[in-house]
Design a protein around this ligand. Structure first.
Ligand SMILES: NC(=O)c1ccc[n+]([C@@H]2O[C@H](COP(=O)([O-])OP(=O)(O)OC[C@H]3O[C@@H](n4cnc5c(N)ncnc54)[C@H](OP(=O)(O)O)[C@@H]3O)[C@@H](O)[C@H]2O)c1
Length: 345
């Protein structure tokens, strides 16, 4: 299939190229960039020399839609909405790595993203692309709103206990830590080496844009309104997310029973690894791979279950999951082109 990547030079775009240039069923035929238009992608990123040597085109998105079977967009939402309309008109398919198509209610999107767009949001045949939870719908979707990185780590970690209703809380406390690549390649003062190295800092406390996305999906899983207290932190590493989540349990359920419940819930999911009780995950265990590892501990003093999940934000948190979704949409095995062992150390 012919694949186009719009916004190919950013961190998620370049990760898509890393995966798709070795994918046996995909042929990258269109790449776009604003800053690097007319240059070879392998000149901008010399590590791609011999793997992907296409010229970066500008914003002729009509051409991209006309010539590709599937488009990946990493662009700002205003542009992605336009591309979404073109994709619908042309009967093609789109996976958006941004936030444009993640929401059920357009007003929620507008409130949190400050958008002035006025579009017929409900008319898009779109699916929230958390693969393990929406597999059947993704197969037939025309547009997939690929989840955010924090939401992927949090929703996968909480789905089994919410679905089985073994927690008492509907206000859940989540503490997440992300590597600096989560912010993309646009330069910002707060992401300078001298400000991130040997430093750890919370940011957007209680107001991060991933809050409504997480609450939307957790509420659907539990079938009642779930709210979260969410504190993200920037930590001095390039890739990786660790989410630590605290839940009060309903009854005297044991750690072994929690483990069995997770094993059962994810028994058919190649990319989800449930750790034995009292084994804790670390970001290095999944770096460069599409896996999510989930571990647990029980604080018996307060009857609190502590769930810890790790992903690589650019893989399962973005481009890896996007390719996992593409595989489903085109009837391919879910792990095609994605069976990559993590990089260590
Ligand atoms: N980074 C992560 O870990 C991660 C994880 C999950 C989801 N996401 C989401 O995925 C999206 C992309 O993230 P990223 O980290 O890849 O961002 P990024 O590194 O900043 O890359 C953004 C890309 O979009 C292009 N672009 C930006 N504004 C444009 C414009 N006005 N016209 C044309 N092209 C434009 C840039 O092109 P040029 O720079 O070449 O001009 C670049 O290729 C964001 O919505 C982000 O929230 C990111």
């Amino acid at each position: 299939m012919n694949v186009g990547i719009l916004g190919a030079t950013g961190y998620t775009g370049i990760e898509l190229i890393r995966i798709l240039s070795k994918h046996p069923n995909a042929k990258i035929t269109y790449l776009s960039s604003k800053h690097f238009e007319s240059q070879l992608i392998s000149e901008v990123y010399p590590g791609l020399d011999g793997y992907c040597d296409l010229i970066l085109e500008g914003d002729d998105f009509k051409k991209a839609v006309a010539t590709c079977d599937i488009i990946f967009s990493t662009l700002p939402h205003e542009l992605t909405f336009e591309i979404g309309k073109m994709v619908v008109d042309a009967g093609k398919r789109l996976i958006d790595l941004g936030s444009a198509f993640r929401f059920d209610d357009f007003n929620v999107f507008k409130n949190w993203y400050g958008s002035n767009d006025d579009i017929e949001y409900d008319k898009f045949n779109k699916v929230y692309g958390l693969t393990e939870l929406n597999r059947e719908k993704i197969k037939n979707a025309q547009i997939v709103g690929n989840p955010g990185c924090y939401p992927t780590s949090v929703i996968l970690a909480l789905a089994p206990v919410l679905k089985n209703r073994v927690v008492t809380d509907k206000n859940i406390i989540i503490d997440s830590k992300s590597g600096v690549s989560g912010a993309g390649h646009e330069p910002k003062f707060s992401n300078l080496y001298s400000e991130c190295n040997e430093n750890t800092k919370p940011y957007n406390v209680a107001k991060h844009r991933h809050i409504p996305e997480i609450e939307q999906e957790l509420s659907k899983i539990m079938q009642e309104e779930v709210k979260i207290v969410f504190t993200p932190h920037l930590v001095p590493m390039t890739r990786g997310i660790l989410s630590t989540i605290y839940c009060n349990l309903k009854s005297d359920i044991t750690l072994k029973e929690v483990y069995d419940l997770y094993q059962e819930f994810y028994k058919n999911d190649y990319f989800i690894k449930i750790l034995k009780p009292r084994k804790y995950p670390s970001t290095k265990s999944v770096a460069g791979s599409n896996f999510c590892q989930i571990g647990f501990e029980m604080d018996e003093h307060t009857n609190t279950l502590i769930i810890m999940s790790v992903i690589d934000n650019l893989m399962k948190g973005a481009s890896g999951q996007a390719v996992q979704n593409m595989n489903l949409m085109f009837g391919l095995p879910e792990n095609k082109g994605l069976d990559i062992i993590r990089i260590f150390p």
